[in-house]
Design a protein around this ligand. Structure first.
Ligand SMILES: CC(C)(COP(=O)(O)OP(=O)(O)OC[C@H]1O[C@@H](n2cnc3c(N)ncnc32)[C@H](O)[C@@H]1OP(=O)(O)O)[C@@H](O)C(=O)NCCC(=O)NCCS
Length: 162
């Protein structure tokens, strides 16, 4: 069993350890980290999974602008503790938080991740929609999802942390 709750200030060290376990310390050099370098994660969209008092999962979102005009949010990182992967925690975290994002009025989510995992939530190629990233990334891993039908219409350009 686990509970999903809003991230608390005291979760920061355990989140850092979890991210090191899942992505390694090299993660800081990834393009997604550069995009959010000068941003602050959205408090209302930062959640953790807790099981028996231990932190087992984390998800965050960051404010973005696409083409200097269109507001969007960047999903990441999401991580589930290696001992707890495959139990459905990741799917629940993403589905719940995408609904929260919608409820808060967000219309577009961008991320860098495995398309095979994210297509189930409605993510499609961001490059195919004319979006760009300020750094190298495997083309097929740059993804976008409309939370509101038509939100991608006429949206083009570079994503930047806001
Ligand atoms: C990716 C991650 C967040 C998924 O969370 P999870 O709780 O393990 O996943 P769930 O149990 O909710 O979902 C399991 C399903 O996702 C699939 N899946 C998990 N990781 C996947 C991946 N990288 N690519 C494709 N499918 C994946 C599983 O095969 C399974 O599919 P099924 O439902 O068809 O059987 C988690 O495994 C993790 O933290 N991995 C390491 C960090 C990472 O890679 N994070 C970002 C991914 S871009």
């Amino acid at each position: 069993m686990y509970q999903i709750i809003h991230e608390r200030a005291e979760d920061a060290p355990a989140i850092n350890t979890l991210l090191d376990q899942c992505f390694g310390p090299e993660r800081h050099h990834k393009t997604a980290y550069k995009v959010r370098a000068n941003s602050t994660a959205i408090d209302a969209m930062s959640f953790v999974g807790i099981s028996n008092g231990e932190l087992v999962a984390s998800i965050k979102y960051w404010p973005l602008l696409i083409g200097n005009i269109t507001p969007a949010i960047l999903l990441g990182p999401i991580a589930v503790h290696p001992d707890r992967q495959g139990e459905g925690i990741g799917v629940k975290l993403i589905r719940d938080t995408m609904q929260t994002a919608k409820d808060l009025g967000h219309s577009l989510v961008v991320l860098v991740g495995d398309p095979e995992y994210y297509e189930r939530f409605g993510y499609v190629s961001a490059f195919d929609h004319g979006l760009e990233l300020p750094g190298p990334v495997d083309r097929h891993r740059f993804l976008v999802c409309e939370l509101i039908d038509g939100a991608l219409e006429d949206v083009r350009g570079m994503i930047m942390g806001a």
